[in-house]
Design a protein around this ligand. Sequence first.
Ligand code: PHE
Length: 341
Amino acid sequence: MKEQLSTIRAAALAAVEQAQSATQLDELRVQYLGKKGALTAVLKQMGRLSPEERPVIGQLANDVRASLEAALDTASQKLAAEAMEERLRAEAVDVTIPGRKVTVGRRHPMYIALDELKDIFIGMGFTVIDGPEVELAALNFDRLNAEEGHPSRDWSDTFYFDRDSRVMLRSQTSPMQIRAMDTMPLPIRMIAPGRVYRKDEVDATHSPMFHQVEGMVIDKGVTMADLKGTLNTVAQRMYGADTKTRFRPHHFPFTEPSCELDVQCHKCGGAGCATCKGEGWIELLGAGMIHPHVLEMSGIDPEVYSGWAFGFGLERTAMRRFKIDDLRLIFENDVRFLEQF
Ligand code: PHE
């Protein structure tokens, strides 16, 4: 039996030495130390031994068990350590690799101009309101005095959603005048910035989508002088105290009288150049005294109240503000352009 035990010890230790995985070690543990294992099988024969031999063999068997257990433990620790090594190697992070540069975005020049405009108007007591880009023709046209057959209602100019031309992408922010009259208590001082849509081809001064800032004041005793004073102040706050402006007569169906406001060209200072198309002036907005019929349609008595309204072209405002000479730059979002503001 002594020899049997030595053979078992030698074979088991050699096998443990060779083992490549934790599973193999488990199998060896069962094979040698388990209930049906080799060592147990030997111990079962102890009964056949003489009383003198028994403690000696017993001692030896315990030694074999102990050394085998120790060998198994050492081997499994070694395998675990190796596995950890391997994982650390595989998941290694090279902390010396330079990081990726994070580029921080910045505000778009048009929104810088819009924020400045909002600041100026809020300082004058105006409220900023917001409204839908998908609008009813009733608000975009009818209640603004542009009746059926008015040229601006033409399919070639306007994006309609339905055959009856009742729902459309608003072609101006002026329907916000009507929405304000319908919802806000008098007196009203509001501006309403937003997108508008027209069937225009893209060029240096046109885009099928652009932005307007509508504005309106309704109160008792409001006159054209207030309109001119307010808009001149805005132009000077925006472009500098020495900014020259010019009011030209114009026509809009919903204002009477109507005008357009020009500012002197920033490129040539009024001499005439490509940016102002030789005019020396750049058109900034349309404006006028709200037509009494428009007030009436909204249930406001034109004998008691009067008002004026204006509509800025926001892109143009930003172009003048930042001396940009092509509208397309505003929409292309080329970072080389945007980085300059
Ligand atoms: N809605 C007009 C346009 O798009 C501008 C405007 C607004 C004119 C308000 C008068 C009053 O051209």
